[in-house]
Design a protein around this ligand. Sequence first.
Ligand code: ZN
Length: 192
Amino acid sequence: MERQEILQLFKNTGALLQGHFLLTSGKHSAQYMQCAQVLQYPDIAGRLGAELARKLSQLQIETVIGPAMGGIIVAHEVARALGVRSIFAERQAGKMALRRGFKLAAGEKVLVVEDVVTTGGSVKEVLDIVREVGAVPVGVGSIVDRSGGQADFDGLPFYSLLQVDIEAYEPENCPLCAQGLPWEKPGSRESK
Ligand code: ZN
């Protein structure tokens, strides 16, 4: 899949919105991304997962793991394409953990996936879990990379389908406010 095709899927499904947005950080932006919007369609999620799997297939992956919630569907679809197991990690009292009887064996080769990597914090926590139990992380994959090329996972191979840089502005420096355009809060009816 070409980058342009993937970008179009995001726009068509409402996963990437254009406009004037008030972010939870209090900053403003001209774009807003919600990856869950593109993953709500199983056929599209399957295609994206298969594409990520194809890019990472040279790694000898035995199991795919993702952090809840965003990583669950991605892990599932990548694992389906690779024909391997898919599990997820989730927060328990604020700390990422393997629950529900999910286990990794010592030496098991594991791919960590996420929907969107921004700082990569959740992925790093999952990498820690994988290492703690003696399994071997072999790579990281994400649908979207919003780190601006800054994401680094101890030098592990990292591949994403779509690099997106969304500039955020302090309201007083926002060019859209300067044009007098009303903003909206994504996912709510609140606007100005
Ligand atoms: Zn603004």
